[in-house]
Design a protein around this ligand. Structure first.
Ligand code: NAD
Length: 376
């Protein structure tokens, strides 16, 4: 079994899909690992560290791909950059199957078996393999720090000889993995935190983190966790009630962190330009959903814009802003996945066709697109 670890090609992508820690573990399982030179640079990992862990460093992508049974990456590579990859070999990465749908067809055509890590089912057995959770967790943390950096005031209440500094009021919209970490981080910094979601199960989670739950009460939201833990598009009646609730709450907030997503759909619009105008100048909004269309009207991916005196932060690829830690977690997610299916005798993973995880993440096989989610 040969594993190739690619150097990421997308602009601004600093993460890497294997660390010396996971390389050592693959080698211990009997695999050989080829790492493209400089792959770890963005995550502060030197080629020499990979070598010390048992990997071979290769200067040329072609040599990394040659004979590789599994190719690891963070983002799905351009199919053209995979020329020379063996038919039937696995490509394991966050392949953005809905956003980069045409690439999936190309992978199939090339005979590659593409495994999309973001399609990992959210079942207990797969928790340690879940890149969405591991990356969103740190993105939620970083969103609060990004807000703090842009905010011209302090987070905690401070009593000084010159008078009192009041605590920042922080509102978190969307309480999935990123939102929960944002609440915890904002609380740790001393902010006064409130949060909202459409799924009723989050109310208790918000309260258990010491934040105030702000919920639409007169129209029913999503009972419990929602299907697969996910939200769906809400009714127009709910949207109107939510907009009224947000309007009354947001004018009093200093910081807003938005994280709301609906799988396979554009992000729901949660803050309109009119609502922005009611906020105090100097307030800061971080829109973590900006690359999926944005929760905030006027948010621009890759930019910090000022509208009506409010800063709207729209950093792209927030997990990459903490590349050393997010790479460590991403790499462990992949290792946990491969090792769970490892066959000790074959010294390679075996993926049963009827396994829930395999059925979830496999996009292509035998030249065809086989994912039910893509065929639907
Ligand atoms: P996500 O990134 O898809 O969405 C973020 C949040 O936005 C969600 O909480 C969602 O309900 C919310 N949202 C969507 N539309 C909204 C709207 N109009 N207004 C307000 N909020 C809105 O979600 P996620 O972070 O991937 O987490 C989804 C769930 O899955 C969570 O309950 C999480 O705990 C659960 N989960 C389970 C497992 C597991 O069991 N293995 C692993 C990870 C996550």
């Amino acid at each position: 079994m040969k594993i190739a670890v690619l150097k990421e090609a997308e602009a601004g992508e600093l993460r890497v899909s294997a660390t010396p820690e996971t390389v050592k573990k693959y080698v211990a399982l009997g695999a050989s690992v080829a790492v493209e030179a400089g792959a770890g640079q963005g995550a502060s990992i030197a080629d020499a560290d990979y070598e010390a862990a048992g990997a071979t460093i290769v200067a040329d992508r072609k040599d990394a791909l040659k004979d590789a049974d599994a190719v690891l990456a963070v983002q799905g590579p351009d199919p053209k950059a995979l020329a020379g990859m063996k038919k039937g070999a696995w490509l394991i990465a966050a392949l953005n199957p809905f956003g980069k749908r045409e690439r999936v067809d190309e992978y199939a055509k090339a005979g590659i078996e593409a495994l999309a890590l973001e399609f990992m089912p959210r079942i207990t057995r797969a928790q340690s393999m879940d890149i969405l959770s591991s990356q969103a967790n740190l993105a939620g943390y970083k969103a609060v720090l990004d807000a703090a950096a842009e905010y011209g005031r302090a987070f905690p209440m401070m009593m000084t000889a010159a008078g009192t500094v009041s605590a920042a009021k922080v509102f978190v919209m969307g309480v999935g993995v990123a939102g929960l970490q944002a609440i915890a981080t904002a609380r740790r910094l001393g902010g006064q935190v409130s949060a909202t979601d459409v799924r009723s199960a989050t109310r208790e989670q918000i309260q258990s983190l010491g934040a105030k739950a702000i919920f639409v009460e007169d129209v029913k939201g999503i009972e419990g966790e929602g299907a697969g833990g996910y939200a769906t598009e809400m009714s127009d009646e709910y949207k109107a009630a939510q907009a009224a609730l947000v309007s009354s709450h947001i004018a009093k907030q200093d910081i807003v962190i938005t994280t709301a997503l609906i799988p396979g759909r554009p992000a729901p619009r949660l803050i309109s330009d009119a609502q922005l105008q009611t906020m105090k100048p100097g307030s800061v909004i971080v829109d973590l959903a900006v690359e999926q269309g944005g929760n905030v009207e006027g948010a621009v991916a890759g930019e910090v814009v000022v509208k009506h005196g409010v800063k709207i932060v729209g950093h792209r690829n927030v997990p990459s802003r903490l590349a050393a830690d997010t790479s460590a977690l991403f790499s462990r997610n992949i290792f946990n996945f491969l090792s769970a299916f490892w066959d000790a005798e074959k010294k390679a993973p075996v993926f049963p066709d009827d396994d829930e995880i395999v059925l979830g993440i496999r996009l292509t096989k035998g030249g065809e697109v086989v994912s039910e989610r893509l065929k639907a």
